[in-house]
Design a protein around this ligand. Structure first.
Ligand SMILES: Nc1ncnc2c1ncn2[C@@H]1O[C@H](COP(=O)(O)OP(=O)(O)OP(=O)(O)O)[C@@H](O)[C@H]1O
Ligand SMILES: [Mg+2]
Length: 277
């Protein structure tokens, strides 16, 4: 195994809600004693039903949020306190891509200016270099010549490419995708996933890829961690997980999700191959 980029050791995150007037607050343990190691260059897919704690885990993994117990190490070092100056400096190394690209982008600013703004925040470079870097990354995600467009002038797939460009222009080491393709049509999903995989190799990215779709997880993940009620119940290399799921919950997931059947897998592979052609 390559050296670990991310290590989570016994990480717990609780949320307290309610508690106004005379009612007692309710405590939800969103992430419960989770340990997870992601090696350099690896794609770790995280699957689990709604509310199982995937997004909470992602925020902890990115250092946007701090655990109540346990430890999160990025390249062997804990993240700085969220919001502090050192924390802002280290932000470029971990980037996030969420489900809904149109809400991640400013509707009033061109794609190029939003990508460029990211560069200005994290790096110092002159105007010519900046333009070059913007054009380069737009080309790379398949949006060459579209930099002057506003978000409303682009399709969902194009917007997600723009969000990817904005994340990658600062050359992060870890990319966390939280349901990044869930809102897209299956054929567009396959295109974006293929793009992600080629960018991953080119940029030497490590990825955490959150999805409720086991078919998508199988397509992108070197390993799959299955979450249930805040815990990781199974975490294994993708092939092994599909061949011989150990945990009862994983078996239920595999049985319930059509993408786990051989026919659905073939359909997925065909769509992916077509998108790659
Ligand atoms: N800011 C918050 N305040 C209170 N409770 C929260 C907060 N964020 C998440 N939770 C609770 O923590 C649990 C895990 O939520 P989380 O968003 O991590 O799940 P998820 O697996 O990402 O779900 P989904 O697939 O629907 O996105 C849920 O019970 C949720 O209600
Ligand atoms: Mg979520």
């Amino acid at each position: 195994m390559n050296e670990p980029i991310l290590q989570m050791n016994g990480v717990t995150r609780r949320y307290e809600t309610g508690g106004e007037f005379f009612s007692r607050p309710t405590v939800t343990t969103a992430v419960d004693d989770v340990s997870l190691t992601v090696a350099a260059g690896e794609v770790c897919a995280i699957v689990g039903e709604s509310g199982s704690g995937k997004s909470t885990l992602a925020r902890l993994a990115a250092g946007f949020d701090s655990p109540d117990a346990g430890q999160v190490l990025f390249r062997g070092t804990p993240y700085a306190k969220p919001g502090s100056a050192p924390w802002r400096r280290e932000r470029a190394v971990v980037q996030f891509v969420f489900q809904n690209p149109s809400s991640a982008l400013d509707p009033r600013a061109t794609i190029a200016s939003q990508i460029g703004e990211m560069l200005t925040t994290h790096e110092r470079c002159d105007a010519a270099t900046r333009q070059l870097r913007i054009d380069e990354i737009l080309d790379r995600v398949g949006l060459g010549g579209m930099g002057r467009r506003l978000p409303q002038q682009m399709s969902g797939g194009q917007l997600q490419r723009a969000v990817l460009a904005r994340a990658l222009i600062v050359r992060p080491e870890l990319l966390i995708c939280d349901e990044a393709v869930s809102a897209l049509d299956v054929s567009v999903q396959a295109q974006i996933l293929n793009l992600l995989m080629s960018l991953k190799d080119e940029f030497g990215l490590t990825m955490i890829f959150i999805t409720h779709d086991l078919g998508v997880a199988r397509h992108v993940g070197d390993r799959i961690a299955v979450m249930q009620k805040g815990r990781i119940v199974e975490n294994r290399r993708t092939g092994y997980l599909f061949e011989s799921p150990r945990h009862a919950y994983t078996r239920t997931l595999l049985a319930a999700i059509p993408a786990a059947t051989p026919a659905a897998r073939r359909a997925w592979d065909a769509a992916a191959a077509k998108a790659a052609a």
